[in-house]
Design a binder for this molecule. Structure first.
Ligand code: SAM
Length: 264
């Protein structure tokens, strides 16, 4: 079959990398793994050697058939046919689940954000993404790659930047390097009830990343100049700051107080 670039199909051809990913994920007997985009099964096969159960979600019709055949004798394998972005993934993810995937580049950030939005986050998320996307996910405060993506994920996960994988390990070869990263849930993540206001404040701040908060946060629905001064004072944050200089905890404070201000 011809690899479909529309589905981000770059298949791992180096079994050593699949084994390195499994070792980095810490998957062991007793674990249930959720794999997103199993493709032809390069990573799936390695996962089945270590885990007790592997649930995989594949969108491609042809690959679905191929995987069904390849792993027909594997009672530990469950294959779901569907688009991971359309599925309700809550039933597939519990605090014991380990997510391991070589993600399609074109949807990688959306998938990782969805994993941060599930009701109870998985035990860990080990994913291969474009190196540049990994840089944005794992960037420290103040770094040029620190972005809305960094802050949204930081409210739930800590990031380990893992290791780089070069293009020659895939067929077809992508044009860029990849990186395998690991996300583990924080001990004290942002409570789900605070997520909406948090997201609003973060997205509004980074919509104009070079501007000071005094300008960008005026874009928040229902906020006046006076309301913004009150918000900043109560949160203890200077409005001359720019979005890349605030920690996720500072955004959490802004979100919490913003919610109080606009809730009648
Ligand atoms: N895991 C395999 C490997 O490492 O060789 C394949 C990885 S390939 C980068 C991405 C896989 O995700 C492909 O099999 C592709 O068909 C699948 N895929 C793309 N979009 C998807 C979606 N929305 N939902 C589920 N699977 C998807």
């Amino acid at each position: 079959m011809r690899p479909k670039s529309s589905l981000g199909q770059n298949f791992l051809k180096n079994p050593g990398i699949a084994e390195k990913i499994v070792a980095f994920s810490g998957v062991e007997q007793g674990d249930t793994v959720l794999e997103i985009g199993p493709g032809k099964g390069a990573l799936t096969g390695a996962l089945l050697k270590s885990a007790s159960r592997v649930v995989a979600v594949e969108k491609d019709d042809e690959l679905f058939g191929l995987l069904k055949n390849r792993f027909s004798d594997e009672p530990a394998f469950t294959l779901v046919h569907g688009d991971v972005l359309d599925l309700d993934i809550n039933p597939l993810v519990s605090p014991e689940t380990k997510v391991v995937a070589n993600l399609p580049y074109n949807i990688a950030t959306r998938v990782v954000l969805r994993l941060a939005e599930v009701t109870t986050p998985p035990a860990s998320v080990v994913v291969m993404v474009q190196k540049e996307v990994a840089g944005r996910i794992c960037a420290p405060v103040g770094h040029s790659e620190y972005s809305a993506l960094t802050v949204l994920l930081s409210a739930v996960f800590l990031c380990d930047p893992g290791f780089v994988v070069g293009p020659k390990n895939f067929f077809p070869e992508p044009k860029v390097d990849s990186r395998v990263i690991r996300l583990v849930p924080r001990q004290n993540p942002l409570p789900p009830s605070e997520r909406d206001a948090y997201r609003q404040v973060v997205l509004c701040s980074f919509a104009q990343r070079r501007k000071m908060l005094r300008n960008s946060l005026l874009g928040l629905p229902g906020i006046t100049k006076q309301g913004l001064s009150d918000l900043a004072r109560q949160a203890g944050i200077g409005l001359e700051k720019r979005p890349q200089n605030l920690s996720w905890e500072e955004y959490a404070r802004l979100g919490r107080i913003y919610r109080q201000i606009i809730t009648p």
